[in-house]
Structure formats: structure tokens, C-alpha cells
Design a binder for this molecule. Structure first.
Ligand code: SAH
Length: 255
């Protein structure tokens, strides 16, 4: 039997030019594509015209396509000999259940390949002109989910805040918008209210929006600016550089 395979492909944060060449080649060779709803349609358009495209979005907690069904679909298509590409936003192995999907496929005896993508948190901070780590401000970075699986323990925010302060870590919070007030309150137990913070919505896309604020003003800023998911929240001293980067751009333009 001619068994196909599944490639979990990172579609990056949105901008098609941030796709890797390997991702582009995988999409162009696909016979079946299963596409998450955060994936830019311009990226899906790289698929060959004869490829079958299945949208399997589950926006904002509304589970339009149950995970078990997506996994079943991939196994069935691969067993039929299809070259399946599972297109996921950002990097397939940063949140978004890529790990679970790979495990399920391997358990079913299906060959799985994974192609990295640029994760949203990385693109978000770079778009503001600052790095996630900077020798003078941060010695590491933590990617966190603000939305734990039901039944799972939520992140231990207070301990994280203390570690971030002591070890100079940048916190990058995915899926944190609806819980921002709670996250803010918990982080304030270990980090000062004046700790710089940023919210970046739809990073790398033409309608990207962002706000720079402090941890103490995080939830108020989100409400005032009307910022919403998909967005990442970034907390840490590296965000201090955003104002300097913006000033440098203004000065260069004026010169
Ligand atoms: N695998 C993805 C993350 C999936 S979880 C990655 O590596 O980027 C979904 C969360 O990612 C969203 O709730 C949001 O926090 C973040 N996200 C995805 N795309 C984004 C974008 N273009 N801008 C800002 N945040 C984004």
C-alpha cells in the first residue's frame, strides 16, 4: 500500500514573506491541506490548484472542528497515500497542539515531518524594533500560554514573576487577552508595576496594531485601545527599547 505522510508546517505569524523556503516547498507539494484559521489565505494560495483544502479552524474557543476529527482526517488521508500538509500558525510546536498531533500520527504509524515557522511572539517583538533578549535587559525568554487546558494547572504566575525579576527574563504570553486582568494582578505579586509591557495584535500583518504600556496599566490599556486576540502580551525590560527605536526612526526620517 502506498502510505502517504503528514508534514506539520509552520505558516509563521501572517506575512507570507516570513515563510521558510522549506514550508513553501511543502505547501507546493501537498495534495491535501488542513488549515488553521489563523493562517493567512495568501499562504494557502501557494497550494497547487488540484490540492484539497480543508479549513479546520476553531476560533476563540468555539470548537468548530474537534481536535480528534482533525487527527482522524490526517490519518485517513495519509493512509490513502496523500501528501498531507497540516498548516498551523506560527511554529507548529509552540502551543497550538502540534505536539499532540505528531504523537497521534506516530502512534498510528504515519510518517511525520515538522517544518518550523516563525512564532508569533518572536515576530511581534521584532516588529517593534527590539529583541526578546538583550544583554543589558534580559538573559532569557519564557513563552507562556495564558489559557491552560481545562483541568490542567494554570501557569504559576506569581512564581514566574519572581523568576522573571531575579533572572531578568522576558515573558511572552500567548492566548492571554481574555485573562489579561488576572495575569496582570498575579504578575504584580513579583514584578513592579512600572515593568514595561507591550501588546501586539496581528503581528506582521498589514493591520497590525500595538500598544506600549506598563504591567500596572496592562488591562486598562487593552480596554482603552480596544486590542483583541490574536495578540501577544510581552512583559519585561526589553520593551523599554521600543520608545528609543521609534525615536531613532523619527530622527532618521527628519534628517
Ligand atoms: N503556534 C502559534 C501559536 C498558536 S496559539 C505560534 O507559534 O505563533 C494562538 C495564539 O498565538 C493567539 O492567541 C495569539 O496569542 C498568538 N498569535 C498567533 N498569531 C498572532 C499574530 N499574528 N500576532 C499576535 N499574536 C498571534
Amino acid at each position: 500500500m502506498n502510505t502517504g505522510k503528514v508534514t506539520l508546517v509552520g505558516a509563521g505569524p501572517g506575512d507570507p514573506e516570513l515563510l521558510t523556503l522549506k514550508a513553501l516547498k511543502a505547501i507546493q507539494a501537498a495534495t491535501v491541506l488542513l488549515v488553521d484559521d489563523l493562517v493567512n489565505p495568501e499562504i494557502v494560495a501557494f497550494a497547487p490548484p488540484h490540492a484539497r483544502i480543508v479549513r479546520v479552524g476553531k476560533r476563540g474557543g468555539c470548537h468548530s472542528t474537534p481536535q480528534a476529527f482533525i487527527e482522524k482526517l490526517m490519518v485517513m488521508a495519509a493512509r490513502e497515500g496523500e501528501n498531507v500538509v497540516r498548516l498551523k500558525g506560527g511554529d507548529p510546536f509552540i502551543f497550538g497542539r502540534g505536539g499532540e498531533e505528531a504523537e497521534h500520527l506516530r502512534a498510528a504509524g504515519i510518517a511525520v515531518e515538522v517544518v518550523n515557522g516563525i512564532t508569533a511572539g518572536l515576530a511581534a517583538v521584532t516588529s517593534l524594533g527590539v529583541p526578546l533578549t538583550h544583554r543589558e535587559h534580559a538573559q532569557g525568554v519564557v513563552f507562556l500560554t495564558g489559557h491552560a487546558r481545562s483541568g490542567a494547572c494554570p501557569p504559576e504566575w506569581q512564581g514566574l514573576a519572581a523568576a522573571a525579576r531575579e533572572a531578568h527574563l522576558t515573558l511572552v504570553i500567548y492566548m492571554g487577552m481574555s485573562g489579561a486582568a488576572h495575569i496582570q494582578q498575579q504578575l504584580l505579586a513579583g514584578l513592579p508595576a512600572h515593568t514595561p509591557a507591550a501588546i501586539v495584535q496581528r503581528a506582521s500583518l498589514p493591520d497590525q496594531r500595538h500598544a506600549v504600556t506598563t504591567l500596572g496599566e496592562l488591562a486598562a490599556t487593552i480596554a482603552r485601545e480596544g486590542l483583541a486576540s490574536p495578540a501577544v502580551i510581552v512583559v519585561g525590560d526589553v520593551i523599554r527599547g521600543v520608545a528609543l527605536a521609534a525615536e531613532a526612526v523619527t530622527a532618521a526620517r527628519a534628517a
